[in-house]
Design a protein around this ligand. Structure first.
Ligand SMILES: [Zn+2]
Ligand SMILES: [Zn+2]
Length: 289
């Protein structure tokens, strides 16, 4: 098992500060990213990553999860028991995330503070529903609190991201090379960015920070595999970028051609740094999930 060298929170912050200088238009998004990272610092820097498991000493848990993925061809999230999470640790981060969001995104301070009491009470139920991909739960829950389900999911993503990244980093690379499906093999989310390397297409999960091999002609939204129904758009003077879209469902994926890339894109920033492609896609009437 190859454990990749990972960046410390401070190294990641340095990368973001540099990106803010090089991409001043993206300052707000990058600044949010930085504040989220700071809120996650405590769980990122602990060996348990917000769970009750010391991942360095628990190789058998990873082996069992790998076996489950191989046997079932289903993403790992299906086999995670909510009880692995340390809810006290998650709540600590949760409070910091609420602070960040009330400053940056949601200007209505009181609204979020009131919500946070509810969310704290329900954290275990929320994580359980998240792992089960229980959409009805989130629709009903967000109606009850008059908050968008997207915001609730966004917050939960921040809490569980260090754990998912840790698992993704420890998992056998053969799983990523032999997956061949559209959703992320760890969290099951649909990707929005892909990389071309040696004429192969790797889908990128921006939650787990993982790259996995997939067919060149596979719509990540509807599963279409008919090559004749895939088209693409390229921005002027930037042949290193492309928007591939499916004529059947009009969904798209942003593609980065590594060989043509003029300046490297740091891992984990592929989606933010290609935001111009989303604007181009939207103008063309294409859909992002
Ligand atoms: Zn993922
Ligand atoms: Zn499609």
């Amino acid at each position: 098992m190859v454990i990749m060298e990972r960046l410390s929170v401070n190294d990641s912050i340095k990368i973001i500060d540099n990106l803010i200088i090089n991409y001043p238009d993206l300052r707000n998004l990058l600044e949010l990213q930085k504040q989220i990272l700071i809120a996650q610092r405590r769980i990122r820097e602990s060996p348990n990553k917000g769970t009750n498991i010391n991942w360095e000493e628990s190789h058998f848990i990873i082996s069992n999860l790998q076996e489950s993925i191989r046997k079932s061809n289903k993403p790992l999230i299906n086999f995670l028991n909510p009880s692995i999470f340390n809810f006290d640790e998650l709540l600590n981060t949760f409070n910091q995330v609420i602070e960040v969001l009330s400053k940056i995104i949601v200007k209505k301070d009181d609204l979020l503070k009131n919500l946070s009491n509810e969310l704290i009470k329900d954290i275990e139920a929320l994580i359980t529903a998240y792992l089960k991909n229980d959409e009805d739960f989130f629709i009903n829950y967000s109606k009850k609190l008059s908050i968008s389900p997207t915001l609730i999911i966004f917050i939960i993503n921040i809490l569980i991201q260090p754990c998912f990244e840790e698992i993704a980093n420890r998992i056998d690379s053969s799983i990523l090379e032999n997956w061949w499906q559209a959703p992320c093999p760890i969290c099951g989310r649909k990707p929005i960015v892909a990389k071309l390397k040696n004429r192969k297409r790797y889908l990128i999960c921006s939650l787990c920070n993982v790259e996995y091999l997939a067919d060149l002609f596979l719509c990540v939204n509807c599963g279409n595999i008919d090559p004749a129904t895939f088209k693409f758009l390229t921005p002027e003077n930037h042949s290193e970028f492309r928007v591939d879209f499916c004529e059947k469902c009009k969904h798209y994926i942003k593609v980065i051609d590594e060989e043509k890339l003029k300046k490297p894109i740091p891992k984990g920033f592929e989606d933010i740094l290609t935001i111009d492609l989303d604007i181009m896609a939207e103008k063309a009437g294409l859909i992002r999930d």
